[in-house]
Design a binder for this molecule. Structure first.
Ligand code: NAP
Length: 495
């Protein structure tokens, strides 16, 4: 058998074998076969990466760069990602099975994060505080935190990386990136561009391996100031608890069970496309998946008929083919999880209108494919309506009026995103106001931007990524007092 390409970790500006001496195979979800070897880091590898990041933060060239110079580096990195976008996209497709059509778009868009936060780097201004003490001058500075650990999920590795790295670096921190064990290759390809952009050594390090091994050691490391995490809510809670032990800051971007609400006055054709894009794009493996389709009673039958007509035509197959519309599920455990939720929904009495099983079509080869699945007659208290599946499984729930739609939409532990389909402006604004979600889309779905804050309400997370304020999540404020008094006053009283 031909030797698989073997990656190394990137620590302190150099490529190193894992101290564990072990590698793990990474698979291509389309054919189920391993295609590369990823270093299986352990606690020693985590310690080495954090030490390199700490050294780069405390010493070296990075802390001496001006904010403008940091911004220039980020923009140069953005240019290099733009140059290599299609190559990086192909690596991601090979590793996570998402469509090349989607990943090319994503990777061509990713440079914007580095341009935007690069531009912001030298616009972080402190303030001169108008002191109430006549002989005091008081000003603030916004300073970096130190070593940031960035942990990403497998569904959009380099986009999620950009959400974290661009503001963290713009603010002057150093980073240890820990990608998912399933999709580490693109992070290791990406860091080559960090080198090429000539970031000082140790500013960006990549430690790969299992979350419970290298990841656990990173989040509990005393020299880590912040953990920026994207993943499931169970792991997110664990990260939060562990980080609390060291009083580390966190940003948590977690799961969702997002409602996509269609009112009777919606443009039905558009809303059908919105429902499809909400759940079948990326095979439902997106945190913002519109996995609960809330339909107003009067349009239910017509809407379902049109939805089925469109969903039945979805082309499954090779994600590298630009015409494919639904690719495989990324990992075997995720494939099993999706199928188990389909069984749960059937046992709960939901009415399976489409799919409901693994896809066995010639064009799906040996990949981990699940048929696009639609359940009708779902009630919001069923597990299929409450728990995140992270696969191409849609639950349809009926509602009578606005109040009931909002009540059902909000009756989950999550609050990541929501969709509203209506042509009534008043309704779009009032319903958007009442939804407990960090993002609400009206007459569209799955729009994100480097400029617009993104994050969750309730169990969907803590903090916000993207948008100008995101850089604040990587800064701390220092207040500097300078006395202009001609003599030191009574030292025994508060000044
Ligand atoms: P996950 O199992 O929670 O893993 C997320 C990351 O955490 C992976 O890199 C994982 O590494 C790592 N990890 C696991 N255990 C850890 C530990 N003890 N200490 C430190 N790190 C640890 O989630 P996933 O299955 O990869 O991703 C799917 C989830 O991500 C879904 O719930 C989805 O909604 C959510 N998501 C949220 C957003 C958002 O922005 N809100 C975006 C995308 C995805 P290993 O993979 O090596 O175990």
């Amino acid at each position: 058998m031909a030797q698989l390409p073997k990656y190394q970790m990137h620590v302190g500006g150099t490529w190193v074998d894992p101290l564990s001496g072990e590698w793990l195979e990474t698979d291509n979800p389309f054919n189920g076969k391993p295609w590369a070897l990823i270093p299986r880091g352990n606690a020693d590898d985590a310690n080495r990466a954090v030490a390199a990041a700490k050294d780069a933060f405390d010493n070296g060239e990075w802390p001496r760069l001006t904010a403008t110079e940091r911004g220039n580096l980020l923009r140069r990195l953005g240019d290099l990602i733009a140059r290599d976008a299609d190559r990086l996209a192909a690596t991601e497709v090979q590793d996570n099975g998402k469509l090349i059509a989607e990943m090319r778009g994503q990777l061509r868009y990713v440079p914007q994060w580095y341009y935007y936060f690069g531009g912001l780097a030298d616009k972080v201004e402190g303030a001169v505080i108008p002191s109430d003490k006549p002989d005091m001058f008081n000003y603030t500075r916004h300073e970096p935190l130190g070593v940031v650990v960035a942990i990403t999920a497998w569904n959009s590795p380099l986009l999620l990386t950009a959400y974290k790295l661009a503001p963290a670096l713009a603010a002057g921190n150093t980073v240890v990136l820990k990608p998912s064990e399933y999709t580490s290759a693109s992070a290791l390809e990406f860091v080559k561009l960090v080198d090429e952009a000539e970031f000082p050594p140790g500013v960006v390090n990549v430690a790969t391996g299992y979350g419970r091994e290298v990841g656990e050691a990173l989040i509990s490391h005393p020299d880590v100031a912040k953990v920026a995490f994207t993943g499931g809510s169970v792991t997110g809670r664990h990260v939060y608890e562990t980080a609390a032990g060291g009083l580390k800051r966190v940003t948590l971007e977690l799961g969702g069970k997002s409602p996509n609400i269609v009112f009777e006055d919606a443009d039905i054709e558009d809303a059908v496309k919105g429902a499809i894009s909400g759940i079948f794009a990326a095979s439902g493996q997106t945190c913002v998946a519109g996995s609960r389709l809330l339909l107003q009673e009067d349009i239910h039958d017509e809407f379902v008929e049109r939805l089925l007509r469109t969903a039945k035509t979805a082309r499954l197959g090779d994600p590298m083919d630009m015409d494919t519309q639904v690719g495989p599920v990324t990992t075997p455990p995720q494939f099993d999880k999706v199928l188990s939720y389909i069984s749960i929904a059937k046992e709960e009495g939901a009415n399976c209108l489409l799919g409901g099983r693994a896809a066995q079509r010639p064009e799906c080869g040996d990949g981990w494919f699940v048929e696009p699945t639609i359940f009708d007659d779902v009630s919001n208290d069923m597990r299929i309506a409450q728990e995140e599946v992270f696969g191409p499984v849609l639950s349809i729930i009926r509602f009578r009026d606005d109040d009931e739609a909002v009540a059902i939409a909000n009756d989950v532990m999550y609050g990541l995103a929501a969709g509203v389909w209506t042509q009534n402006v008043r309704r779009s604004i009032t319903v958007a106001d009442r939804l407990q979600a960090g993002t609400v889309w009206v007459n569209t779905y799955r729009a994100v931007s480097f400029m617009s804050p993104f994050g969750g309400y309730k169990m969907s997370g803590i903090g916000r990524e993207n948008g100008a304020d995101a850089i604040r999540e990587y800064l701390q404020t220092k207040s500097v007092w300078i006395s202009t008094a001609s003599e030191v006053p009574n030292p025994f009283v508060l000044r």
